[in-house]
Design a protein around this ligand. Structure first.
Ligand SMILES: *Cc1c(COP(=O)(O)O)cnc(C)c1O
Length: 380
């Protein structure tokens, strides 16, 4: 009895046995080198054997040179690992703002941007998107809202979602960074869905801060995030404790350590290589969209053509089938599962989000054919 209860259900073959369309999970699958690192560094505080008080300076494993390579990869002057993209955003807001300050945020921001601001006691002014069906964040709208807000109050920070998690829209970060620079407001770019999938370079986009998510898009087990900044922000963001002079206060001394860090490190060469093939991923995504849209009652929402692998579809065709199907809304999930395709939420048929990031052409074709077959077999 005790044996049965004590494993907490810790078995998982979903990723091995199925094709997983959940966008949240496509960029976090570990390559073999990272699985080995996960095993080697599973023990608590296992990266600390050769630590002399600073996580970012540990020589063995080579955390120090890894961070140099990571800074070079994202073209930032300084990089630290944090627990996730949200903790990176929280740290930047905390270092730059006082309670009651105002920040400007795009209307497609992730909930964690809002929570990071709330935990810091900040007022949020939102830049609206264009709404259905594109949900675009336009640079000119960003400028209008920022200018209007600046007439009323000081704005300590602007936040932009590089690629949002609802529509997979890529924003024009370089243009919005130019506007922020002109108006004297530092810009934090949230790259949770972009860094590690597509090229993200702080110096090229000319933003002040970037945050990334190891478990979302950098093939790391996590929880781990990346915080990159320009040199002018190092003193403020990485200020040391007067009492513990080696320790960086905003990071509470040390952030994610052990397996999350080891897997992020082990995956960097793999991530670098896959980012260099981003064009192929975009092509594959566009192919998926064009093939699925050949079916009546399937339409891609968000900006066209796709510039990112996360796709949102409106699917009245599946909603219609569900209305007369004995399994109702569950039919789609169940039909996909039969074909070993998972990652579309159970019971959902009006719309869904999906991603084929990292899949082969054959796998993508199989997914397209499966959707077609499901429509043909179930439509009356
Ligand atoms: C997933 C996601 C996050 C959260 O990332 P964590 O690393 O888990 O904090 C933040 N922003 C966006 C846009 C996301 O898609």
């Amino acid at each position: 009895m005790l044996m049965e209860c004590s494993d907490y259900g810790l078995t998982r073959t979903l990723e091995r046995d199925n094709l997983n369309l959940n966008p949240l999970q496509r960029g976090g699958v570990l390559p073999a080198a990272a699985r080995k690192a996960l095993y080697e560094f599973g023990d608590g505080y296992s990266v600390c054997d050769y630590c002399e008080g600073r996580l970012d300076q540990i020589p063995r494993p080579h955390v120090n040179s890894f961070l140099d390579d990571l800074a070079d990869f994202i073209k930032a002057d300084a990089v630290r690992t944090v627990h996730g993209a949200r903790e990176g955003k929280f740290a930047v807001m905390h270092a730059l703002c006082e309670e009651g300050d105002t920040i400007v945020v795009d209307g497609n921001a992730h909930y964690t941007t809002h929570l990071a601001a709330e935990r810091n006691g900040l007022e949020i002014v939102e830049v609206p998107s264009t709404g259905h069906p594109d949900y675009e964040i336009k640079p000119e709208t960003y400028r209008e809202v920022l200018e209007e807000t600046l007439e009323e109050t000081e704005v300590k920070l602007a936040v932009l979602t590089h690629v949002d998690g609802n529509y997979g829209n890529l924003t024009d970060a370089a243009a919005i960074a130019g506007i922020c620079r002109e108006l004297g407001v530092p810009l934090l770019l949230n790259c949770a869905y972009s860094m590690g999938r597509m090229p993200v370079e702080l110096k090229t986009l000319k933003v002040d801060f970037v945050v990334g998510s190891g478990h979302k898009s950098m093939a790391a087990s996590g929880p781990i995030g990346v915080l990159g900044m320009g040199a002018e922000w190092e003193d403020l963001l990485l200020k040391r404790s007067p009492r513990h002079e080696k320790k960086e206060v905003e990071l509470l001394g040390c952030t994610s350590r052990g397996a999350p860090l080891a897997t992020l490190m082990a995956s960097l060469p793999y991530v670098r290589e896959r980012v260099s093939r981003w064009d192929e991923e975009v092509e594959r995504t566009r192919y998926l969209v064009s093939e699925l849209e050949k079916m009546d009652g399937v339409r891609q929402i968000g900006l066209r053509p796709k510039e990112h692998d996360l796709v949102r579809f409106e699917t009245p065709v599946f909603h219609e089938i569900a209305s007369s199907h004995p399994r109702r809304g569950f039919f789609l999930y169940e039909e996909l599962k039969k074909r070993r395709i998972v990652g579309i939420r159970r019971g959902q048929t009006r719309w869904f989000k999906c991603s084929v990031y990292g899949m082969t052409d054959r796998q993508v074709q199989y997914i397209i054919d499966s959707f077609r077959e499901i429509v043909e077999e179930n439509r009356d």
